[in-house]
Design a protein around this ligand. Sequence first.
Ligand code: NAD
Length: 310
Amino acid sequence: MSIGLTGIGAGAGETPVAVPPIRKIGVIGAGLMGNGISHVAAIAGLDVVMMDVKPEALTRAMETIARNLDRQIKSGQITADAKAAALARIKTAGDFSGFGDRDLVIEATSEKEELKRAVYASLTPHLRPDCLIASNTSSISITRLGASTDRPEKFIGLHFMNPVPVMKLVEIIRGIATDEPTFRAICALAEKLGKTIAVAEDFPAFIVNRILVPMINEAVYALYEGVASVAAIDTALRLGANHRMGPLELADFIGLDTCLAIMQVLYEGLADSKYRPCPLLVKYVEAGWLGRKTGRGFYDYTQTPPRPTR
Ligand code: NAD
């Protein structure tokens, strides 16, 4: 099924907006989020080129996608044929030379503004003028990122949650210059991927991370100040607030570098000291203890079950 040129969402009396169809996408970054985005797009029938500068990230991403598709077969969500078809729709690349026929590029590189800007500068000369660009950024201004490209009106925030194949929500964020057809096309795509949309204004960290990451940072402060141990903090929030995961376990799952980057964007973007990153979080990131993805964060993942480090 294609999205086609429709007037999605046009109410009575409104002029329908021509919504560009999205059939072929590029995904930049094959990390935690990039592999999940490629997975859900391929299952929905889109043609995907997944690009990363690290060949080993691409290999790992394809293995992760295959494993996660197997999980979906086991739980009866998809058939073995659907898995094979989805894998066949994903190609990997080490550069942008195959991006010339893409309708949309979703950028999911690390949460660093200078890196994202540099990626757009080398990406855009390869794209069709009408190709849309979406960033999966967790916190950085969509207006500012869009302004750094040659197409701010076709630039938008499309913020998936981790793990992408499981989590239902996407946040959609318009920059000040984002045009209506781009917004409608991205809403239609999100629905095609089976996601529920929450539209957010372009403020630092949008909705989910504006609320969630300061809570994680507060949990790290509680640990830093000796209020309680890692296990006690996580048990308290799991059983006392009925959260599925404790905040420190969740921080390891998200990646401590990503959590720190979001706190820095909140701190600088809102100029309020209540968002100052906890020094212990900074220290863990400086040590390279980034959580599950590096085998150690607030828990040591070389042990089964993972052992709290404090
Ligand atoms: P990650 O560290 O797992 O993956 C980032 C990938 O980008 C790596 O594979 C890296 O090799 C690649 N990369 C770095 N420089 C590149 C370049 N110049 N060109 C191409 N690829 C490059 O990070 P992640 O957790 O997948 O996060 C990616 C984005 O998604 C960030 O903006 C993050 O804030 C956002 N995000 C993360 C989460 C989460 O829970 N981790 C949730 C929602 C959104």
